[in-house]
Design a protein around this ligand. Structure first.
Ligand code: CUA
Length: 314
């Protein structure tokens, strides 16, 4: 497609997430152009052909034409189905980060972005990523709604307070891409910018090693000490043994059956909810005995605990 569409979209830097978006967009434009051209040509042709030629020309009375009406209903319907099916497939892909994705935490606030790494490094308004590898962002807002948008990658995802949202991409080449906030969030919304810097894997690791980790330990280390300080381990074992509450071992990603018979997969949002509102979803076979940690744990604390639980595999 190349140059024909270059004036509409920036160059695609993450084909794994963006190729289908570009293809659907090209399809819609090409089909629209064909329909526009067809309608225009027919309009001009009929205007000339059926022009009133003399004073006693009479317009015939035509009420409807079944064949014509079915044709102009079914063709657009099929086109819309194609766009829907294609778009849905692309959306599913965007919703499903690859298992081997490199994870970075994103905290949005009025008006900026903080990116946190596994080794404890934090950096503002600049996110460094390895090229040629899928990257998954786990995002949360400290205040109002924001939205993380990288046009080069064709990804956009709302960032909300009190809930985690995720987005993924894979930059194929080294280079920089612009991040915008695309949810109006107050006075400096338009200044809420960041840059994605894609490095080779080697350069990325070197960059990460150089970052100041603040001496507070990694998120996993902080999480481990929190579950001990806050008393979580009194009721939740970390080695799979049976206690008052479900064990943390193997919890993340586990399919759980609730007391009301529904099942769910334990993810970031489920663990967060269970910490802040423990009675919301009780695992089958357990009692509602936990008190809320609302006000006792900050958003960062909760994210650290989740990172720690993720490491407790079966
Ligand atoms: Cu944040 Cu707009």
């Amino acid at each position: 497609m190349g140059s024909l569409f270059d004036f509409m979209l920036p160059e695609l830097e993450s084909p794994l997430t963006g190729a289908s978006t570009d293809a659907v967009m090209a399809f819609i434009h090409i089909v629209s152009f064909i329909i526009l051209a067809g309608v225009t040509i027919a309009l001009i042709y009929f205007a000339i052909k059926y022009k009133r030629k003399s004073e006693d020309d009479e317009t015939p009375l035509i009420t409807h034409n079944n064949k014509l009406e079915i044709t102009w209903s079914v063709i657009p319907l099929l086109l819309v189905f194609i766009v829907f099916g294609w778009g849905y497939k692309g959306w599913l892909n965007l919703q499903t980060p690859p298992d081997n994705a490199y994870e970075i935490h994103v905290s949005a606030y009025k008006w900026g972005w903080t990116f946190s790494y596994e080794n404890g490094a934090q950096i503002g308004n600049e996110v460094h990523v390895p090229a040629g590898r899928p990257v998954k962002l786990v995002m949360q807002s400290q205040d109002v709604l924001h939205s993380f948008f990288v046009p080069d990658y064709r990804i956009k995802q709302d960032v909300l307070p009190n809930r985690y949202t995720t987005v993924w991409f894979q930059a194929e080449e080294e280079g920089e891409s612009q991040v915008f906030c695309t949810e109006y969030c107050g006075t400096s919304h338009s200044d809420m910018l960041a840059t994605v810097v894609a490095h080779t894997q080697e350069d990325f690791e070197a960059w990460l090693d150089e970052q100041n980790t603040g001496g507070g330990g990694t998120p996993v280390e902080r999480g481990e000490s929190l579950v001990s300080i806050q008393g979580c381990v009194t009721c939740h074992s970390v080695d799979g043994s049976q206690k008052i509450g479900p064990s943390f071992q193997g919890l993340f990603g586990r399919e759980e059956t609730m007391t009301n018979g529904t099942t769910l997969t334990a993810d970031e949002n489920y663990i967060r909810e269970s910490i802040l509102n423990p009675s919301a979803k009780i695992v089958e076979g357990y009692q509602n005995q936990m008190v809320s940690y609302e006000g006792r744990l900050s958003d960062d604390d909760i994210s650290d605990i989740i990172e720690y639980i993720k490491t407790l595999e079966d």
